[in-house]
Design a binder for this molecule. Structure first.
Ligand code: TXA
Ligand code: MG
Length: 330
């Protein structure tokens, strides 16, 4: 790892797209905005670039990556779609949905990026600058969230810079992202399964499929085989400060992450208060979640107390990320 790499930061635009494509083609690492969170991109066909990417993030190499492509045609070059997968791609792409599919015969995505699995995770992001980069680059780009492994995912370019400056080649600054939580991951096995709740609410996917979306068996119930979504380590989206869920009051020394207009006992003495959405709008709460966790993490509180968030729509993804934050770092 070369910690003294010079990280260029360019505003989103034509010059940034050109620089991003050149850097990717040369095996470099480029952070770029997607509608969910910022991604850290590398050429999916270049094992050396992918090795560098794992190193820059400090990420365990058994955790496979999502291949990002510009459209469905490009996706069909690397993965096999059955009828259900096609339905989902047509309904939600471009957008915050990732499909885990069998690799195609000529799939160019390196084994290192899929952690040796015979499936590949594929997504067509909706963000204009991401699509411009993907179309101009031509091949698939693997991109995990552009943060150090175990940290909160970045929702603006400053978050990326604070985690990865000196470790990557380029940051394309497209301002704050729209969705704020990562893509929903659906495994298209014999029967589609929800591997990770995210930016597309479960209910929308179930409506398109015309049936309920089961979750895979928990790791404890499986026979110790490789988990279906190996990245779903219990502790993942962790701030340094302890996180306490379902708070109905605030203790001295605690910071508060709140939602809606309901006030909590002790809230006037909180070290800091941030409201995910005073209007109880779950989309607004998702967009604010990671940025507010980072901001509260910097306030020196003993604990970040979090109010209960409704578990419907985008609330399922928000609660999933909050539970992981509460587990703390291993
Ligand atoms: O919104 C997003 O999905 C963002 C943006 C940048 O696109 N990316 C993202 O990537 O969240 P990452 O690497 O943080 O999460 C990818 C998840 C991991 O949990 C990983 O285990 C899972 O996808 N995954 C990747 N390939 C898989 C596969 N073949 N089978 C099962 N799970 C897979
Ligand atoms: Mg991540």
């Amino acid at each position: 790892m070369n910690p003294t790499l010079e990280t260029r930061i360019l505003p989103a635009g034509t010059a940034a797209v050109t620089a991003a494509v050149r850097t990717l083609a040369a095996g470099g690492l480029v952070a770029f905005p997607t509608e969910t969170v910022y991604g850290l991109g590398a050429d999916a066909a270049n094992p050396a670039a992918i090795a560098r990417l794992y190193q820059a993030k400090g990420r365990p190499a058994f955790n496979p990556l999502i291949a990002h492509v510009g459209d469905l045609t490009a996706a069909r070059k690397i993965a096999r779609f059955d009828a259900a997968a096609l339905k989902l791609a047509e309904a939600f792409w471009p957008g915050p949905l990732t499909l885990v599919l069998p690799k195609s015969e000529n799939c160019v995505v390196a084994d290192l990026a899929t952690a040796g699995l015979d499936t590949v995770a594929v997504r067509v992001p909706a963000h204009a600058i991401a699509r411009d980069i993907l179309r101009a680059f031509g091949g698939p780009v693997v991109a995990p969230s552009a943060n150090l492994s175990g940290h909160v995912s970045p929702t603006d370019a400053a978050h990326v810079e604070s985690d990865l400056a000196g470790r990557i080649d380029l940051i394309v600054d497209g301002g704050p992202v729209e969705v704020g939580v990562e893509s929903t991951i659906v495994g298209c096995f014999e029967q589609p399964m929800l591997l990770r709740p995210g930016g597309v609410p479960r209910e929308d996917i179930e409506r398109v499929l015309g049936r309920a979306l089961p979750q895979p068996p928990q790791e404890a119930e499986s026979d110790g085989a490789q988990p279906l979504a190996p990245g779903m380590l219990a502790s993942h989206y962790a701030p340094r400060t302890r996180v306490r869920l379902n708070a109905d009051s605030v203790a001295p020394g605690e910071a508060l992450l709140t939602f809606g207009l309901h006030r909590l006992h002790g809230e006037d003495d909180a070290v800091a208060i941030m409201n995910l959405s005073p209007n109880s709008d779950l989309a607004e709460a998702a967009a604010n979640l990671f940025g507010y966790l980072r901001a509260l993490d910097a306030r020196g509180a003993t604990t970040i107390a979090v109010m209960p968030i409704p578990n419907e729509g985008l609330g399922e993804a928000i609660n999933d990320r909050l539970r992981r934050a509460a587990v703390g770092r291993a």
